[in-house]
Design a protein around this ligand. Structure first.
Ligand code: GTP
Ligand code: MG
Length: 359
């Protein structure tokens, strides 16, 4: 899928950079161009991308400080500047626009849904959102912001691919400390998904096509992407279990939104040397995914790559009924209910039992 990426806010800019770099390193050419938009000048400055600073008259280049209503207003007021910067990049080859943002902050959280709406008005190609959900330890404001942003994105975007900041957090590591690793993991998943339909050399009937990725995402709503890889034998006959267990790991432990396995549609791309891919394994894996997701609409195919490993890239679409999404929404609702207490008097902590005495 030849895509144009637009990162909004700090997380959006960093993740867009990670995606562009992964695509370039792999030599895929699926990411045709990328732009970063923010209200904070200092966050745009280090990015190796073309940038647009919005909201200067409102916040003077200093960001919106987690106020996502202000983020939405600023994008509404300055969307012309963003659309003007995108126009020359929206060439005839572009098959989709992907708006990337952290949903818990202000600029990306508020700005992404507005930008998705504007892009959908102007262009006929699908407009997807790639949204980062705050981890469970991030503050109430992040949960509330993300809940509102997600609700709006799901309505405005052709599909919203979710990345849960808790998905790859190793025990004891802070979310902040893990951003670079999280962004790389996510860039790999989404980067491979975008590239899956591009690898048409060595064409066989079984090669995944961009239209299959787009048709899977047509299920709309929320989507998740999984990935896992494993060393492979040269003889495809020996790789039946290699393929099935890679697909299973991609779904069970490698999903961008863990446990989001109740889906309306799915796609399995088996990446690697086509001579090593076990047809039987790929077929078994597809059947397994149909049972696991409860969807009859599971597409599948090869993603030819020059490698001695085999990897599985799994796209699940229409995952909004999943327990993980429900857990997140409950956190967001709880944070809304708790809002008056979200900014407690710090002195109260010494009078109630929120914090245990040491002795
Ligand atoms: N995965 C990932 N998440 C990030 C990154 N940076 C920030 N976040 C998450 O994104 C949310 C905050 O959004 P930001 O992008 O920092 O906020 P912003 O859009 O710049 O908005 P303001 O700073 O309020 O103007 C939080 O949930 C963070 O955990 C990153 O590099 N990677
Ligand atoms: Mg910011």
């Amino acid at each position: 899928m030849k895509a144009l990426l637009v990162g909004v806010g700090q997380a959006g800019g960093k993740l867009t950079t990670a995606l562009s770099e992964f695509d370039a390193e792999m030599g895929f050419g699926a990411v045709r161009d990328a732009l970063a938009v923010n209200t904070a000048a200092a966050d745009l400055e280090p990015l190796p991308l073309d940038t647009v600073l919005i909201g200067q008259s409102r916040v003077n280049g200093h960001g919106v400080g987690g106020d996502n209503e202000l983020g939405a207003e600023v994008m509404d007021e300055d969307s012309i500047e963003v659309l003007d910067a995108l126009a020359p990049r929206m060439t005839a080859e572009i098959e989709a626009v992907v708006v990337v943002a952290g949903l818990g902050g202000g600029t990306g959280s508020g700005g992404a849904p507005v930008l998705v709406r504007e892009l959908s008005r102007v262009y006929d190609v699908p407009v997807y959102a790639l949204g980062v959900l705050p981890g469970r330890d991030e503050g109430a404001l992040y949960q509330v912001n993300a809940g509102r942003s997600l609700k709006t994105l799901v309505r405005e975007a052709d599909a919203t691919i979710l990345l849960d900041n808790d998905a790859w957090r190793s025990a004891g590591e802070s979310v902040e400390g893990g951003y670079a690793a999280i962004n790389e993991s996510m860039a790999k998943r989404v980067g491979l998904l975008l590239a899956a339909g591009e690898a048409t050399q060595g064409v066989g009937e079984s090669v995944v096509d961009t239209s299959e990725v787009i048709n899977t995402l047509r299920a709309g709503g929320m989507a998740a992407v999984g990935y896992a890889s494993s060393p492979a034998a040269e003889d495809p006959g020996e790789n039946v279990n290699t393929v099935t267990s890679a697909v299973r790991s991609a779904v069970m432990t490698g999903l961008s939104l863990p446990n989001a396995t109740d889906a309306d549609a799915g796609l399995v791309a088996v990446a690697g040397d086509p001579n090593r891919i076990s047809r039987k394994g790929a077929e078994k894996a597809r059947k397994w995914l149909q049972e696991e997701t409860g969807s009859m609409q599971v597409r599948g195919g090869d993603f030819p790559l020059d490698s001695d490993r085999l990897a599985a890239v799994v796209l699940l679409a229409g995952v909004e009924r999943s327990t993980r999404v429900e857990e997140f929404l409950e956190r967001a609702r709880q944070a809304v209910r708790d809002e008056p207490e979200a900014k407690p008097d710090p002195a109260m902590a010494f009078q109630n039992d929120e914090i245990d005495d040491l002795m």
